[in-house]
Design a protein around this ligand. Structure first.
Ligand SMILES: [Zn+2]
Length: 74
């Protein structure tokens, strides 16, 4: 079952290097919720390149904004 809070517009791949990172975002959020810092979390997840690290640190979800217009186009 897919819960609404698990739906994310986090990119599947890093924009710069193309590494697959999308499957780690839920774990990232979970670890932050448990009190880890972003640095600790990314180190534990094995995200080493700074292009990939910025994908996590700077992500701002817009899925809630976009969802308001579902069915308005097309
Ligand atoms: Zn990258």
């Amino acid at each position: 079952m897919i819960y609404l809070h698990e739906i994310s517009d986090f990119p599947i791949r890093c924009f710069s290097c193309g590494s697959v990172i999308g499957h780690l975002y839920a774990k990232y959020l979970e670890m932050l919720k448990n009190g880890k810092t972003p640095k600790e979390t990314l180190d534990l997840l094995g995200i080493q390149r700074y292009c990939c690290r910025r994908m996590f640190i700077t992500h701002k979800s817009l899925i809630g904004e976009i969802a308001r217009f579902q069915g308005a186009v097309g």
